[in-house]
Write a protein that binds this ligand. Structure first.
Ligand code: TYD
Ligand code: MG
Length: 481
């Protein structure tokens, strides 16, 4: 049932008058406000409450929101006003205008710093270190005029955190506020070069009635901040929550609105954190920054390979080093495998940081092509450092570590691998092979196994023994002969 009634003396479009699950349409003055139900997962809208979203299929995601709509006459205005179209040569170039954030890894992910007037969305799991990263950036930019708004923490809590980061002398201004109107008023007054808002889900505007964090609030607040940022040329870093599926909470349109979407990820049980960009209007999305969470804040890791390989002087069975690439960044990583007799009927397969389905596929390839009977064995795989690796070039190191554990023969710790394994046991070409080889050579490895299908590079210029292989059997023969 949909019931409608006249409002008494309303002058604005923000009054709510809910009646259980029924939408109440309120008429007043010239503009009309109506309530609409919005799916908090995908942003789909419906005039009625729905248990299951017809668009994304999620249950119980519809929330009532008020939308104010202007009455239109149905006539399109075609008067010329505002900016004129220009050719490229007439558009002014702004040189060296990026704001360097003082954290090299962060700068690199951004493509060289923050572009003035741009909107950056920084997302990540709770407790991963978003606020720490933002605060560290704000405190590090001493010469700049920065306004840090926190809707999650009080000023005292921010101070405690800053003391932990051992930086108490910054000129950055702090404000604990959740009202968008107040935030914009303060920003107008302070006129900062950089505005940091922690987090967009805690900010709400009076324009709409729904609670902070709802699709409507997030969308409206971001739109208002975007307009403000572009008009006043203020760069904005918005911190955003992510949902349990790992997507940024709020409507997808949020990601379209902002210029850059950064994702801060990692396993909270480990100290490594990765900052990657999922979208960047002013730089490449292939860059990646690696940090370590310490008791005194985040520390940049400029030489990840050295950190990610355990420094053992003797060889142990079950480990193999993969020359992998994340984004455009090569690093070497230790893969550990443990193969033991299955204690129960069904053998267990478990992997941390590596796709379990891919592990099962590699085990099937081993069984079929290399004749190893792994059916009665439990297989555990672990990527060192709590990192998640999706680069298919790690396949070769994965199967070598499994075999090494299975036959209990160690692989020399000066050997590393790069190669994707196909279903027939062939070793497929991988991307950026020269960068992988160069990284291995730089770290003092003596030999690297690469796919023979990777051609067109000059092997002589690297100070490392490059072994080209085309089938998994070949690799096993040379390593475990
Ligand atoms: P935080 O930045 O509050 O996470 P988010 O804003 O993404 O929710 O980081 C919280 C975690 O970081 C917390 O579990 C404690 C840890 N931490 C450190 O290990 N060292 C530090 O110096 C700080 C400030 C936090
Ligand atoms: Mg936080």
């Amino acid at each position: 049932m949909l019931c409608c009634k006249k409002a008494d003396k309303q002058t604005s479009g923000k009054e709510s008058n809910f009646n259980g699950n029924f939408a109440v349409i309120i008429y007043f003055n010239m503009a009309s406000a109506k309530t609409i139900y919005t799916c908090q997962n995908c942003g789909a809208q419906s005039p009625k409450w729905l248990g299951k979203c017809t668009s994304c299929g999620e249950w119980n995601t519809y929330v009532e929101e008020i939308v104010a709509t202007k009455q239109t006459t149905g006539k399109l205005s075609v008067q010329i006003s505002g900016n004129q179209p220009l050719t490229l040569d007439k558009i002014e170039t702004v040189k060296n205008s990026r704001i360097s954030v003082g954290i090299e890894e962060f700068n690199r992910v951004l493509g060289g710093g923050i572009v003035p007037g741009s909107l950056i969305l920084l997302g990540g799991d709770p407790g991963i270190g978003k606020s720490t990263l933002a605060l560290q950036m704000a405190l590090g930019l001493n010469a700049k005029n920065i306004l840090y708004i926190s809707g999650e923490e009080s000023l005292q809590q921010i101070k405690l955190r800053a003391e932990r980061l051992s930086n108490n002398t910054s000129t950055c201004l702090f404000l604990s506020e959740t009202s968008l109107e107040n935030i914009l008023a303060h920003t107008e007054q302070v006129n900062p070069e950089l505005l940091i808002i922690d987090s967009i889900q805690t900010i709400s505007t009076e324009m709409i009635e729904s609670s902070p964090g709802s699709v409507g609030q997030v969308r409206e607040c971001t739109a208002a901040i975007l307009k403000f940022a572009k008009k006043n040329n203020v760069a904005v870093v918005l911190i955003g929550h992510i949902t349990k599926d790992g997507n940024l909470a709020g409507p997808k349109v949020l990601e379209h609105m902002v210029d850059t979407v950064l994702q801060f990820e990692g396993d909270t049980n480990y100290m490594y954190r990765i900052l990657r960009s999922n979208k960047n209007r002013f730089g490449s999305t292939n860059e990646l920054g690696i940090f370590e969470m310490r008791s005194d804040g985040l520390r940049e890791i400029t030489n990840p390979s050295e950190q990610l390989i355990s420094k053992v002087s003797h060889d142990v069975s079950g480990t193999a080093i993969a020359a992998t690439i994340e984004g455009v960044r090569p690093f070497l990583i230790e893969i550990q495998a443990l193969v033991s007799s299955a204690a129960y009927g069904t053998p267990q397969r478990s992997s941390t940081g590596f796709d379990l389905r891919r592990l099962n596929m590699l085990l099937a390839v081993l069984e079929k092509r290399a004749g190893f009977k792994l059916i009665a064995k439990d297989v555990f795989l672990n990527i060192a450092g709590g990192l998640k690796i999706s680069d298919p070039a790690t396949d070769l190191a994965v199967i070598c570590s499994i075999l090494s554990s299975n036959i209990d023969i160690a692989i020399n710790h000066k050997i590393c691998f790069a190669g994707e394994v196909g279903l027939t046991g062939e070793i497929r070409a991988v991307s950026r092979i020269e960068q992988r080889i160069a990284e291995a050579a730089k770290l003092g490895f003596s030999r690297i196994y690469v796919p023979s299908l990777n051609k067109g590079f000059d092997a002589k210029k690297f100070k490392i023994d490059i072994v080209k292989v085309s089938r998994v059997e070949e690799v096993f023969k040379t390593i475990f002969a």
